[in-house]
Write a protein that binds this ligand. Structure first.
Ligand code: NAD
Length: 327
């Protein structure tokens, strides 16, 4: 049994990770600003607090954990990251969290620490062609992320790498590409494309329409949560530090994603593409050559399968949250 710390345990990926680690029989301390919204955490301890506060980080990192999973960050979907309205907060908060955690983890002699970076670190100039984006790990520099969120992730990658270089701290870095699944934010402004589209389809009237941001021709790939956690486990068990992409290579346009959800829901709707300035890069796809070679990992199931499970969960959320007329 290992002693593990999960920072961001009240969030989407952290919540699923705690469940997986507990099933494997480990002792887990979860930490977050908030409790998990959608299910009770099976963590042995769940401590609420703000990881931008150095004193709080000192309290929760009070032992030489076998592994620390650092998933906490101030983040959201395109409507949160790309409008520019949250840039100062998300840079300052996420950088402070990482600075605090790496310092205390190093002091405490934590044995291994996982850092969740993002595909948002990749240069915009390699992602202008929706049919042919380039996201190999080696293409990260010269750096030109299209968001401050991406710049903070790149800074923090370098921070973890520097602690590895100068203090021998054992680190692992993954660049996640659009992870989705049940029990993720699906409403309120921080939800990402798969959840937003599932919600819109579930809420739409029969033969109605849904809004899709931009021209809908922008491309992305999406990775189901269980696949993501399997890859994280393999990375942690390997001697490979990364940074490495953890994503899917099944690239679709946003309009194609919407059509897939409609098919799953058996609801033929029209798509209303609305012009917005914050859709992110034109094309993005995971490049899995390195992870296949280093860890022998690739996603095992098609996008439609994960989307079906996600749609079913979001449809249920929509139906229980819909206001009903009092009798
Ligand atoms: P999430 O927003 O659901 O989870 C992040 C958690 O961090 C939240 O529960 C939030 O409350 C917590 N947090 C934020 N600020 C905090 C603070 N000051 N103190 C304590 N807790 C704080 O996001 P997620 O989708 O679970 O993502 C987990 C990690 O993976 C994040 O670092 C994210 O940047 C990264 N990532 C996710 C994706 C994705 O598609 N989900 C893609 C790339 C990278």
């Amino acid at each position: 049994m290992k002693k593990l710390l999960v920072c961001g345990a009240g969030g989407f990926i952290g919540g699923h990770l705690v469940k997986r680690l507990k099933k494997q029989g480990h002792w887990v301390r979860g930490v977050d600003l908030k409790l998990h919204e959608f299910s009770d955490s099976p963590a042995d301890e769940f401590i609420l607090g703000d990881l931008t506060d150095q004193e709080f980080v000192r309290q929760i990192l009070d032992m030489p954990f076998d592994e620390v999973y650092q998933l906490a960050s101030d983040m959201g979907g395109a409507g949160y990251i790309f409008t520019g309205d949250n840039d100062a907060n998300l840079m300052h908060n996420s950088a402070s969290i990482n600075l605090n955690i790496i310092r205390e983890a190093n002091k405490m002699g934590v044995k291994k620490i996982f850092y969740s970076s993002s595909a948002c670190i990749y240069p915009e100039y390699n992602q202008m062609d929706p049919a042919n984006p380039k996201c190999a790990e080696s293409s990260a520099y010269p750096a030109a992320p299209d968001s401050e969120y991406g710049w903070e992730k790149l800074f923090s990658e370098r921070l973890y790498l520097a602690f590895n270089k100068n203090y021998g701290l054992d680190i692992r870095i993954a660049r996640f590409h659009n992870v989705f699944g049940p029990e993720g934010t699906w409403v309120g402004g921080k939800e990402k494309a798969p959840a937003a589209i599932c919600r819109k389809v579930a809420e739409a009237a029969e033969n109605g329409f849904i809004d899709v941001w931009g021209d809908g021709l922008q491309t992305r790939s999406f990775l189901y949560i269980d696949e993501c956690l399997e890859a994280v486990e393999r990375l942690m068990e390997s001697n490979f530090i990364g940074p490495v992409n953890i994503g899917s290579e099944e690239m679709v346009s946003l309009n194609q994603l919407a059509a897939m959800v409609m098919k799953i829901a058996n609801k033929p709707l029209s798509i209303n593409n609305i012009p917005v300035s914050y859709t992110g890069v034109r094309g993005r796809n995971s490049d899995n050559k390195l992870i296949k070679q280093a860890l022998g990992w690739a996603p095992s199931r098609p996008l439609a399968e994960g989307l079906t499970k996600t749609y079913e969960w979001i449809q249920e959320q929509v139906s229980v949250s819909r206001p009903v007329l009092a009798e």
